[in-house]
Write a protein that binds this ligand. Structure first.
Ligand code: 5AD
Length: 402
């Protein structure tokens, strides 16, 4: 209470925890309502009701890590492993541009080989080159000019906004895990500009319980710092409802995002996936759980976290994650009313989708990119938001580098 409409508040850990406890106990519905409506006011103030699209291309499920919750971890049985051919990845990016989506997120399992890195460099370069060319052709056609004139116009437009590249083609974001600094720099030189790597939890002990060695929380944090230094817009996030996680941990997560100066945040509920150690642990911890109502609580905690991050950090990009929709069919729309301003339509070709099953009940597994795009447009519309798919959509936080 007491905040001006749309004002941010520098909440401390105790205050965040207090709100999370209230949401968890469901004891104060007025507080919940005030939390969500204030978060929505802050979102509207910074984002004007426009929702950014990030087209997700799950290009490979081959992974050398063994994160205990994940359906494509190295030791997960019965997964058909694939890597999309480069040309197919580039085709998806061009399709995205033609369909008004100017952001592509390449996500894949983690593989620290030179071969994988070169594959990614080629994908990023080809996407930047070919979508820039396509963009100029589209602009020239729309304005009945030559592509050279279209290029000059884009350049002039960029020069009117100091420090900005001309917004041509699609922006390439990567979500390909922990790599040495030198490789982050190579991918940046290839043209990638944003990078997502969730910290998964800000509690190092809980992290250690979920990620077998040689993975370590400190390495993950170092990667986050390196990505910032390399010049990327940094995205991170956590899962909510991990076995062994506490409300204290979640409050710490909000402080972590603030301290690391994340530009983008994505949070989703932990969802069970048969055959994973974390799911066995979850089942042992909550033998009598009513799963539906438990998951509903995790949904509420996740959206409360979104709201708290929005109120604390103001102008960052917060994703309404797909995992929310696995719990409530309208989960992503609800998140957009509680602080989120980004959605990630899955553009992965249908044939690969069922092999990228990170958790059970992952939505959209039999859909096409066309369906995912249209479906999200409708979902936005249903909550009075509009699509801002056609802009690069840099978070203003990025204009204040470390
Ligand atoms: N439930 C929810 N989210 C998951 N992720 C992986 N496995 C699960 C699961 N079982 C999330 C992780 C990872 C992102 C790509 O997917 O947070 O960073």
């Amino acid at each position: 209470g007491g905040l001006a409409p749309g004002a941010t508040a520098d909440l401390d850990k105790e205050q965040v925890l207090g709100v999370l406890e209230a949401v968890w106990r469901r004891g104060d519905l007025n507080l919940e309502r005030a939390l969500y409506s204030h978060a929505n006011a802050v979102t509207n103030k910074y984002c004007g009701g426009g929702v950014y699209y990030r087209g997700l291309v799950e290009f490979s499920n081959i992974c050398q890590n063994d994160c205990s919750y994940c359906g494509i971890r190295n030791n997960q049985k019965d997964v058909w492993r694939y890597t999309m051919p480069e040309e197919e990845v580039v085709e998806v990016a061009k399709w995205a541009l033609e369909n008004g989506i100017r952001n592509i997120m390449l996500q894949g399992g983690e593989l620290k080989t030179e071969q994988r890195l070169e594959y990614l460099e080629r994908c990023v370069r080809a996407i930047r080159e070919q979508t820039t060319k396509l963009d100029l052709e589209m602009r020239a056609r729309a304005a009945s000019t030559t592509t050279a004139e279209a290029a000059a116009a884009a350049q002039a437009d960029a020069e009117s906004k100091p420090g900005q590249e001309p917004e041509l083609g699609v922006v390439v974001s990567l979500s390909v895990g922990e790599l040495p600094m030198e490789q982050y720099q190579r991918l940046f030189r290839a043209g990638a500009r944003r990078y997502l790597i969730r910290i998964e939890t800000s509690n190092p002990d809980l992290y250690a319980a979920l990620h077998p060695e040689p993975m370590s929380w400190h390495t993950r944090v170092e990667c986050l710092r390196n990505l910032k230094k390399a010049g990327y817009m940094l995205g991170t996030g956590v899962m909510v409802g991990l076995p062994g996680q506490t409300l204290h941990d979640l409050a710490g997560d909000v402080m972590f995002f603030r301290d690391i100066k994340a530009d983008m945040i994505g949070m989703g509920p932990f969802i069970t996936q048969p055959g994973t150690p974390a799911t066995d642990k979850w089942t042992a911890l909550y033998p009598n759980a009513n799963k539906n109502s438990h998951m509903k609580s995790m949904f509420d905690l996740t959206t409360a976290m979104n709201a708290l991050v929005r109120i604390t950090m103001g102008n960052v990009n917060i994703s309404a994650t797909t995992a929310l929709q696995a719990i409530i069919p309208t989960g992503r729309e609800i998140a957009l009313e509680r602080g989120a301003n980004v959605v990630m339509p899955i553009l992965t070709p249908t044939q690969y989708r069922e092999s990228y099953q990170l958790y059970e009940g992952k939505p959209c597994i039999t859909d096409t990119a066309v369906q995912c795009r249209r479906c999200l447009d409708m979902r936005l519309h249903s909550v009075g938001k509009t699509s801002a798919a056609g802009v690069w959509g840099d978070p203003a936080s990025f204009l204040h580098p470390i």
